[in-house]
Design a protein around this ligand. Sequence first.
Ligand SMILES: Nc1nc2c(CCNCC3CCCCC3)c3[nH]c(NCCc4ccccc4)nc3cc2c(=O)[nH]1
Length: 373
Amino acid sequence: MSEPFRFQLQAKDGAARLGAITMPRGTIRTPAFMPVGTAATVKTLTMDQVRGTGADIILGNTYHLMLRPGAERVARLGGLHEFARWPHPILTDSGGFQVMSLATLRKLDEKGVTFRSHIDGAKYEMSPERSIEIQGLLDSDIQMQLDECVALPAAYAEVERAMELSLRWAERCRIAFGDQPGRAMFGIVQGGAEPALRERSALVLKAMDLKGYAVGGLAVGEPQQVMLDMLEVTCPLLPAEKPRYLMGVGTPDDILKSVARGIDMFDCVMPTRAGRHGLAFTRRGRVNLRNARHADDHRPLDEESDCPAARDYSRAYLHHLIRAQESLGAMLLSWNNIAYYQNLMQGIRDAIGSGTFVSHAEKISASWAQGDI
Ligand SMILES: Nc1nc2c(CCNCC3CCCCC3)c3[nH]c(NCCc4ccccc4)nc3cc2c(=O)[nH]1
């Protein structure tokens, strides 16, 4: 087999990049949006629906799966791809970010994070080594280092401490991961909104010669412009021939502006979470289907969409389902939203390939601002 993990840069348009990551389980076209699977499911959708929207890769959820059903059990059942019936690439986060946002009684020190499960209060310890072990048990194709992400705004000293700890953990994860052909481990650049700390984090991680690099520590409460400024500092310092993954981002507008600054991969709970709450993303902006103004609107969300959820159901019906709290409503809107995000990415990839990304981004943004949708 040719190199088991290969990132090919196919075109550039300014700092925007068109590429493809080839792995044994399939090829990931970049820029890519990775739907978030929580407990081995992209909530309310079947994997056939997810695949049908054009997704090449999904996120697995280390934190949730290690608590329930347990990483060793998933391994005994053949790994996450077999368990969830998703035979294509899966990326797993290390779990640290979720521990800090979901677990109770959590403690973080040089060794790692210790916490109590938000499900049954059981005590867990997650070291960098254990996080890599868990991701391996899940049979994850792209594994993330354990890191510490600091909410912003934060004091320089606090951001520096977390960034240096994350670098030490990156080295421990690199050693624990070892050499696993066909799999990859990505480092995560930290450094908050401090250019000097971003620079140090990026350069030390670059020297580790990892397969790919995430930009972490963003989309944690800072204004969009601060996030974009940190991308302009960080991306040029990362190896051009390796993929760049902006963690937890974001809205369609965040994605356009981050692709323009050199990001290749995204993940966000937004499309599925918003869908479950009745919010639909469309080419003409967002539609809140909880709103009574849709009660008699027989139009579909987007008659030109290739997604049945967008094309075949009236807004009146979707409004009814959401108001009646029918699970079909959550499913149809999650489906619409994931399809919208995948169509957004396909349009971005086509535009970079034809050197028209800037005008494409302007056209897309302008259509969101259209009048009554
Ligand atoms: N290691 C690590 N993960 C981060 C994540 C989690 C990415 N998604 C994981 C995924 C795994 C499967 C389950 C779901 C999560 C972030 N998410 C955000 N913002 C989200 C901002 C946001 C956006 C919309 C709604 C809520 C929150 N910033 C992030 C920074 C980091 C980071 O530095 N290190």
